[in-house]
Design a protein around this ligand. Sequence first.
Ligand SMILES: Nc1nc2c(c(=O)[nH]1)N[C@H]1C(S)=C(S)[C@@H](COP(=O)(O)OP(=O)(O)OC[C@H]3O[C@@H](n4cnc5c(=O)[nH]c(N)nc54)[C@H](O)[C@@H]3O)O[C@H]1N2
Ligand SMILES: Nc1nc2c(c(=O)[nH]1)N[C@H]1C(S)=C(S)[C@@H](COP(=O)(O)OP(=O)(O)OC[C@H]3O[C@@H](n4cnc5c(=O)[nH]c(N)nc54)[C@H](O)[C@@H]3O)O[C@H]1N2
Ligand SMILES: [Mo]
Length: 762
Amino acid sequence: MNKKRRSVPGVRHYDGPAGGWGALKATAIAVRTQMDALEAPVTLLRTNQPDGFDCPGCAWPDKEHKSTFQFCENGAKAVTWEATSKRVTPAFLAKNTVSALLKKTDFELEGYGRLTHPLAYHKESDTFRPVEWEQAFARIGEVLRGLSPEQVEFYTSGRASNEAAYLFQLFAREYGSNNFPDCSNMCHEATSVGLPRSIGIGKGTVSLDDFEKTELVIAIGHNPGTNHPRMMGTLHELARRDVPIIVFNPLRERALERFADPQSIIEMATYSSTDIASTYFQVRAGGDAAALKGIAKHVLQLEAERGDVLDREFIAAHTLGFDDFAADIAATSWESIERESGLNREQLEKVAEAYARSNATIITYGMGITQHNKGTANVRLIADLLLMRGNIGKPGAGICPLRGHSNVQGNRTVGITEKPAPEFLERLSDVFGFVPPSKHGHDAVQATQAMIDGRARALICLGGNFAVAMPDHEQGFPAMHGLDLSVHIGTKLNRTHLLVGKETFIFPCLGRTELDIQRTGRQSITVEDSMSMVHASSGKLKPASPLLRSEPAIIAGMAKATLTNSKIGWMELVADYDLIRELIEQTIPGFDNYNDRIRVPGGFRMPLPPTERVWPTSTGKAMFSVFHGVNENVTGEGENTLRLITLRSHDQYNTTIYAMDDRYRGVFGRRDIIFMNEGDMEQLGLEHGDRVDIRTALPDSDLCLEDITVVAYSIAAGSVGAYYPEANVLVPLNYIDKESGTPSYKSVPVNITLRSKEIRAL
Ligand SMILES: Nc1nc2c(c(=O)[nH]1)N[C@H]1C(S)=C(S)[C@@H](COP(=O)(O)OP(=O)(O)OC[C@H]3O[C@@H](n4cnc5c(=O)[nH]c(N)nc54)[C@H](O)[C@@H]3O)O[C@H]1N2
Ligand SMILES: Nc1nc2c(c(=O)[nH]1)N[C@H]1C(S)=C(S)[C@@H](COP(=O)(O)OP(=O)(O)OC[C@H]3O[C@@H](n4cnc5c(=O)[nH]c(N)nc54)[C@H](O)[C@@H]3O)O[C@H]1N2
Ligand SMILES: [Mo]
């Protein structure tokens, strides 16, 4: 650390481990500021219990949902945020015009609390006012019947249940559209596209049991201390058993270095902690492919030297494409690998040696791998490395994408996709008697482009904060205003709701924590976690308002009002969610005896053929790939260009900002900062605390984020980091992974300039 460094308001070095007493304190604050203190402990104890609700925080599984309450600070925040006692009332909305609300920060908007009434936008007063549910549905039906189905976008955010998501796609498909932009398009689409090509299914192959048997974990591009906090328990256990954990991350993330488990009485009582990563490599943003190729190159070298390193039997029996893969790796020079990864040959050789020694390896990865313009190729390279030593389909080994939203994987499984398989459409047609559209629809980037061009006229959102989560707000926000109709099903007010079209409705829905009573009684919904476990979830809290409806009820209401000739008994399905699950069972493979199996605590696992070494690819074999070159394909990278990573702070859930701190990175009360490497700062003549402007350095782009404060940080040279969603203004809409359509949120070339010497002096 630089001794001469000046002090910067809100920035101080964080020295402790992740977790520990700081996490317990943060939980207490979340409870105190959001919830009724009497209700909170009971609610938190019901999280992820057999008879309780699924934590809306993350998609990491629980030990059969039977374990005692697993403490988790950010899970507690997600729960208290939803179970808050604050409300957005009609009186509040009458007093605050939409134009005035748009001036508020995202933090303030959601901070107003839960939505209580169905709302319609009134242009004359520029306010949202209560509307009758049925009246709103009738009007939406009228507008949708006047549009052609290609003009309507159906957005899903991954918190929606299997039941809600299934009804949503059924509604859209009977209406005639495959336009399903969804949050997965911004998240793990590279996994959904890449893994089916490599192993035949777009999901991870490991279970919690495998973590108990593994000999090596390589963790690439994810920040579990913040985003998958329940995974910390697993990593903590591994570290205590001396299983090596090798991390690749441009930033030093505290939880990956040191963690004090709040479940461990000894660690808590003695203020001690456990080192998590055995080795930490600060790879350059977008440099993972080069690093992985380096590891693969040395594995080939070891094989040549001493043999028995590759699993030759597995490769011969189960895979295709090995020779092309190996030839490309051999042709990739160490010089290019070192340059692109920012790591040296010796370091990568050490990883290869550890990998060659391990009999069972798991590779985990997150947004640091997928949100790049070679995201799909990155994912496939991870699969390649595992296939080299037969690390898929054996105990203790496999690939582990860390999913985002708690049910984003389930949404995909039940049909939220703009590219439906013909067999699925056939089954829909057999069961429901309508002909679903076969033409592929829009993903998230294509939907936004269609809105910008005026081809899309309506947007229906099942949750989320679409416009804010997407890149390029400068184009995206005005496009929202250009719509004829926007409809939002949500729990809390956000900016996308306020970017009103000609007509806009906001529908308040029940959250996971709340009781869902329908005509036949109390209902449960189901979700699928990161490890393909499907289980039931049912809330117990009194709903935030008596007017709330469940997501399935709202979707069915719109569907019934729109599809006047529908043969589907929409209202019967809402009365009893078992009936929705029966339809899922009839149309989607893997859900046999769905209703029986979710009544068993812990639920059931969806079929994962690769775990049995069955490969549902087009060839019936696992497929090696060739990653051409070593780089990210960043055009416009010149001298002084840096790669911008946009990421989450510790106190946020995607676009939801819980509080303004990022404790483990030492930032408090602010988000207007950029993390920079000290060598880069020196080269650009910048100092800690300088105020700068950031410009996107791509041809034809004039995107800019002004007045951001430089924070010297332990980050790989050539890489800088800023917070999402503030930095989304710097990501061009068309700057994507061409194979999956995922925006390259983690490697935007930028130039950074000091605002002025005078400002520096202030
Ligand atoms: N509390 C909380 N939990 C969440 C969320 C949340 O916002 N808050 N969001 C949910 C969702 S939808 C998702 S998708 C997940 C996201 O979980 P993560 O995948 O952890 O997402 P990010 O915070 O974007 O961070 C990515 C990590 O990758 C690193 N990284 C960035 N670029 C690169 C790179 O090029 N290479 C490598 N190797 N690493 C890189 C960053 O330094 C950071 O540590 O979490 C889910 N859970
Ligand atoms: N620059 C940059 N941009 C990114 C990312 C990044 O790393 N960098 N990450 C991307 C990723 S991984 C994702 S997944 C997307 C996230 O994009 P989204 O999923 O669209 O965004 P969220 O912020 O999760 O949505 C928050 C809103 O969801 C609503 N909500 C909360 N709970 C419920 C519920 O139970 N039901 C319903 N109906 N609504 C509810 C609330 O109204 C809340 O305001 O953002 C992406 N954008
Ligand atoms: Mo995500």
